[in-house]
Design a protein around this ligand. Structure first.
Ligand code: AMP
Length: 142
């Protein structure tokens, strides 16, 4: 039973501009084209965000990113770059809670301004180390 909008697209209950499909993923154009060719790569499994991926799902879904990226790039010789991003959680700007990866082709002078990583205050070496240690410590818990 399809519950969210992407489940409905995967189930064929509502239309989408599909660009790629296999047993694990569906890729289709985003209805709001940040730039021409802006595509969403969506796992068929109903996972809300990256935090819900196990290793098997990650292998089956995330390994498709280069394939879809290459196809988008090859589709238009004006494409000179690509942003690939994933919003996870409301605080990160996620609005559809069925995991998806944005592939946003870039063109010369396309004017797109994505949020850039920034900090109001410079970060010291100590703070970097502390942050890195907190993250790397999580892998030993897996
Ligand atoms: P996010 O903000 O990362 O959750 O992105 C959700 C994206 O889904 C937005 O860029 C929407 O434009 C896009 N979207 C929502 N509904 C549809 C739909 N029916 N077909 C294609 N894209 C959609």
């Amino acid at each position: 039973m399809a519950d969210d909008i992407f489940d409905k697209i995967i189930a064929g209950e509502i239309p989408a501009y599909k660009v790629y499909e296999d047993e694990d993923v569906l890729a289709f154009l985003d209805l709001s084209q940040a730039t021409p060719g802006h595509t969403l790569l969506v796992p068929k499994a109903d996972v809300p965000d990256i935090f819900a991926y196990d290793d098997d799902l990650a292998q089956r879904v995330l390994t498709k990113i280069p394939k879809v990226a290459r196809a988008i790039k090859a589709s238009d010789d004006k494409i000179i770059g690509m942003n690939i991003l994933m919003n996870n959680g409301e605080a990160a700007g996620q609005s559809v809670f069925h995991s998806h990866i944005h592939l946003i082709p870039r063109y010369k002078d396309d004017g797109l301004n994505l949020p850039a990583p920034s900090e109001e205050h410079p970060v010291s070496d100590e703070v970097y180390k502390e942050r890195a240690a907190k993250i790397s410590a999580q892998f030993s818990k897996e």
